[in-house]
Design a protein around this ligand. Structure first.
Ligand SMILES: Cc1ncc(COP(=O)(O)O)c(C=O)c1O
Length: 457
């Protein structure tokens, strides 16, 4: 490349206004929703980095594809375009469309889960864990040690702990219906998994006769990291790397709200016909007929087009570089972040930014509230609030207390990112004064979505 600046490889086609608010207004708004950022109206948020899920901008060609949406109940051409686009990258025999990723998880685990069962994963995402545990099964996280150290600089911190997996399978393989690999590892900092680790995981699964599934939400970002970081992969097409990832698995769950570049959608796919039939029977009861599964024909079209765009190298280079740029700015602002920078988000190490707070005083929540109050930025705590409550109601510190700034795809410009960095500089100056929080009200599961908080004196 002749120039250092990697530009957004698109022009803006239609715009959405942002409402500018004042700090005093925001202090009132966040107090009014019990200091839970999920409780805010999005109009009251200036830069919304709560999630990269379903929040991206669709392309001109995706909007055009919506017009082609055929809403026939059964056998719509939109279904066949969707199925073919999925199988082009993930050639699994059976593709089962769902309205989003967690619906695919719910269906799969209600078939293979149950009391006494164990599901290993490099790291379960929160909905994945909740869907495993809802069946009475146990969700076990087995990421490599580097994945738990926010400062460790390893190219594939999402990798599975192979010795740990082998030991667990040796002891309990009869009760392990499936091994999962999350690419990239969202809850562990958006870190990728190498092809080498996927191959070794596959080999271990083969030895014990247990199927391997991908939680493939950010498959294209994972493949881009493989291309950039794994020896011998630098000349390959990303689509080709994705197909190799798929070839190492027996099935997948997917949220098309991430690397499907769509605002809604997902799927479950697998090779095993008996499992597929059981899943389809649940699909018909809970989501819809197997050729639309909880989605409109137009959504199927948007996803089919999104899957073509997401493996484009110019898009992926811009995507990963713009996340890196945000991360570099936050580090320069004095806040340590999970290293190396992941593909879809920057994860601030809140425990290190707020060392005066213990994990049970929720440093991640405190920092997330401060970013909103100071600059109208909405982020997401990924730590003790999200993971600290055990199914029996007791509480313990999560492995990490992070604040995730997730970057919606193709949505914000570099000046938005520069503003976020400036807000971080300001919050870093106030870090020593930020209060801890306690929970005053919480539901029995997935408490971070609705818990109410109070600042500690
Ligand atoms: C790794 C991972 N798995 C599963 C899901 C669930 O997908 P959805 O939000 O579409 O239900 C998410 C969503 O953020 C995720 O990041």
């Amino acid at each position: 490349m002749a120039f250092r600046t990697i530009i957004e490889p698109f022009r803006i086609h239609s715009v959405e206004p942002l409402r500018v608010t004042s700090e005093s207004e925001r202090r009132e708004l966040i107090a009014g929703c019990g200091y839970n950022l999920f409780g805010l109206r999005s109009d009251d948020v200036m830069i919304d980095l709560l999630t990269d899920s379903g929040t991206g901008a669709m392309s001109r060609d995706q909007w055009a594809a919506l017009q082609r949406g055929d809403e026939s109940y059964a056998g719509s051409p939109s279904w066949f375009r969707f199925r073919d686009a999925v199988q082009e990258l993930f050639p699994f025999e059976h593709v089962i469309p769902t309205h989003q990723g967690r619906a695919a998880e719910e269906i799969l685990f209600s078939v293979v889960g149950g009391a006494g069962r164990v599901v290993p994963n490099n790291t379960h995402f929160d909905t994945t864990r909740a869907n495993v545990e809802a069946t009475g099964a146990e969700a076990v996280d087995l990421v490599v040690a580097e994945g738990l150290d926010p400062a460790a600089n390893h190219p594939f911190k999402g990798n599975m702990d192979l010795a740990g997996l082998d030991a667990l399978l040796a002891e309990r393989s009869k009760n392990i219906p499936v091994v999962f690999m999350t690419v990239t590892n969202n809850s562990g900092g958006g870190q990728p998994v190498s092809l080498e680790n996927l191959r070794a995981t596959r080999e271990i699964c083969n030895r014990y006769g247990v199927p391997l599934f991908l939680d493939a939400c950010r498959f294209a970002e994972n493949a881009w990291f493989i291309r950039q970081r794994e020896p011998g992969q630098g000349d390959r097409e990303v689509a080709d790397i994705v197909r190799e990832m798929a070839s190492l698995a027996d099935g997948m769950t997917m949220s098309a709200k991430k690397d499907g570049l769509a605002n809604i959608g997902g799927w479950l796919a697998m090779n095993d016909p008996t499992l597929a039939e059981k899943c389809r029977n649940i699909l018909i009861r809970t989501e819809g007929f197997p050729t639309y599964g909880g989605l409109a024909g137009r959504d199927l079209e948007a996803i089919a087009q999104g899957l073509k765009e997401v493996v484009d190298h110019d898009y992926l280079q811009y995507r990963v570089r713009s996340t890196e740029y945000l991360g570099e700015g936050i580090v320069a602002a004095g806040m340590p972040v999970v290293q190396p920078l992941g593909g879809h988000a920057v994860y601030i190490d809140a425990r290190r930014v707020l060392p005066h707070l213990s994990p049970l005083q929720y440093p991640g929540q405190s920092l997330a509230v401060a970013l909103y109050e100071a600059g109208g930025i909405r982020s997401c705590e990924i730590g003790t609030v999200m993971f600290g409550r055990s199914p029996d109601g007791t509480e313990k510190p999560a492995a990490l207390d992070l604040v995730r700034l997730a970057v919606p795809r193709r949505t914000y410009t570099q000046s938005h990112v520069d503003y976020v960095i400036e807000v971080c500089v300001e919050v870093a100056k106030r870090a020593g004064e930020l209060p801890g929080y306690r929970i005053v009200q919480e539901p029995p599961a997935l408490r971070h979505f609705t818990a109410q908080f109070e600042a500690l004196a």
